[in-house]
Ligand binder design. Structure first.
Ligand code: SIN
Length: 486
């Protein structure tokens, strides 16, 4: 039970049609800090996934027909329930994801924020009346929910990536089948338990769980279903491409929030304390395991030495340890993640990067990587080519604006970019030239329910959050209402 004050939130079965569904096949959820087993969770198959889709389909018409204000009321009740249980939910996030408790509490609030934001937006899903080309005819453009939606979420934000998709789905009248990441299903199941408690009708929210082996089977059932009309996926670019291809045969709506390779640029005129604080925020959240993490740091030559000195001092403050140890940096999510981060570090060093500073893991264990700053990294190194997803700062110096803009854009990813300058003209100019969906100027904090989150190029399509966030969950229907002479 892992010491939850509300034991009802400890759920390990799938949630289908308002009921907890046990399976004889189970899979283990591991504590990322030491790889011990936290829970044995239901291993769903194609049949259970189809049951969940059928339940969502049965619930759809009545849910879509409800007044937006009534849907919004339930969404707010769910947000309130998340906040009332924030300690338990944060503990679940800490246990299965490993992030520090303070960050986990922040994530629960972020997750609740998507529900309240989209509860407000539910009443603003509107259409238009268009000037008619025909006499005595009225042309209406109205928005309708796309229907049953499949949500496929990652392990790095087990609560917030669920509600970032659930919010617009519920607000527009869609019903959902969620497949949470195999590493972190417990938080999603706890949120389903809260949704059940506040009175969501059976079938509106369904959760199917499964291991890495089951994921392709569940994924195939969701993407090939003729009933599912939309898939919203956050995760790796490789899996996103597969999902987009699988959805083509049924011409589903697809929203993809995929990998990033964020540049962070520090210009000579930047306020260095702001730049250092921004780098820490953009790099070390969730131990560097975010799609918007600063992956390549470019520093203009004139301030490179001073910035590196101040950054080194700030990074030295970051301690490593378990989620409940008061440390700033938790473990990597699994062995593959740890191996990738270590591979990036050794590749960079083997190819000429130098270690500016390396922290200690405080003997927390093999799953932890100490924060490290590497200088003289180059475009051909793995840490520039792929997102590292770990607590590694890769530093490169540059001289001119044109040079750094070209280097920053030299990636197939286009999710987030950051830069620091006190020059207003440069702020506008560089922001326009960066080929990224999100640009943080003089800040490393860019995530909130109010903002349109999403990428360009191979970082995906669709925007989550903001007033644009409901667009991808509705179809526009045009109706011509012609007058018939009596
Ligand atoms: C992500 O890493 O995919 C999401 C990060 C965020 O919402 O800030």
């Amino acid at each position: 039970m892992q010491h939850l004050s509300d034991p009802d939130l400890w759920r390990t079965d799938a949630y289908i049609n308002g009921e907890w569904v046990s399976t004889s096949a189970r899979f283990d959820v591991l504590d990322p800090a030491d790889r011990t087993v936290l829970a044995s969770v239901a291993e769903c198959d194609a049949t259970l996934t189809n049951d969940a889709i059928a339940a969502a389909d049965r619930a759809f018409s009545a849910w879509a027909a409800r007044r937006a204000a009534d849907r919004a009321q339930l969404m707010r009740a769910l947000a309130d329930a998340l906040l009332a249980s924030e300690d338990d939910l944060a503990r679940l996030i800490g246990l299965e994801n490993g992030k520090p408790l303070a960050e986990a509490v922040g994530e629960v609030r972020y997750a609740a924020g998507f529900l309240t934001w989209f509860a407000e937006q539910a009443r603003r899903v509107d259409g238009s009346v268009i000037e008619s080309p025909w006499e005595r005819t009225t042309i209406l453009a109205t928005r309708e929910p796309v229907g049953v939606a499949a949500l496929i979420t990652p392990w790095n934000f087990p609560a917030a990536m669920f509600t970032r998709k659930l919010g617009p789905a519920l607000a527009t009248g869609c019903t959902v089948v969620l497949k949470p990441a195999e590493q972190t299903p417990l938080t999603a199941l706890a949120i389903a338990a809260l949704a059940h408690r506040v009175g969501f009708p059976a079938g509106v929210i369904n959760v199917v769980t499964g291991s890495a082996d089951a994921a392709p089977v569940i994924g195939e059932a969701l993407t090939s279903s003729r009933t599912v009309r939309k898939v919203s996926f956050t995760g790796s670019t490789a899996v996103g491409k597969l999902i987009a291809a699988q959805c083509a045969s049924t011409v589903k709506r697809v929203s993809l929030e995929l990998g990033g390779n964020a540049p962070l640029i520090v210009f000579d005129d930047a306020d260095l304390d702001t730049a250092v604080a921004g780098t820490i925020a953009a790099k070390f959240r969730n131990a560097g395991q975010t799609c918007v993490a600063a992956n390549r740091v470019f520093v203009q030559s004139g301030i490179a030495e001073e910035y590196t000195k101040r950054l080194t001092a700030a990074v030295a403050e970051l301690t490593v340890g378990r989620f409940d140890s008061g440390s700033a940096i938790g473990p990597m999510i699994d062995d593959d993640a740890t191996a990738k981060v270590r591979r990036h570090i050794s590749d960079a060093i083997a190819n000429g990067a130098t270690v500016v500073s390396e922290g200690s893991t405080n003997e927390a264990g093999d799953q932890f990587v100490a924060p490290i700053i590497l200088a003289n990294t180059t475009a051909s190194m793995q840490c520039h080519q792929e997102e590292t997803f770990g607590p590694v700062v890769s530093l490169t110096t540059f001289d001119t604006v044109d040079e750094v803009v070209e280097a920053a854009n030299d990636t197939d990813s286009g999710l987030a970019a950051y830069f620091f300058t006190n020059d207003l003209g440069r702020s506008h100019d560089v922001s326009k030239r960066l080929q990224f969906g999100i640009v943080g100027v003089n800040t490393g904090v860019i995530s909130a329910p109010e903002v349109p989150f999403g990428g360009m190029k191979e970082s995906g399509y669709g925007r989550e959050g903001s007033a644009y966030g409901t667009d991808d969950w509705t179809e526009i229907k045009y109706t011509a209402l012609a007058h018939v002479a009596p």
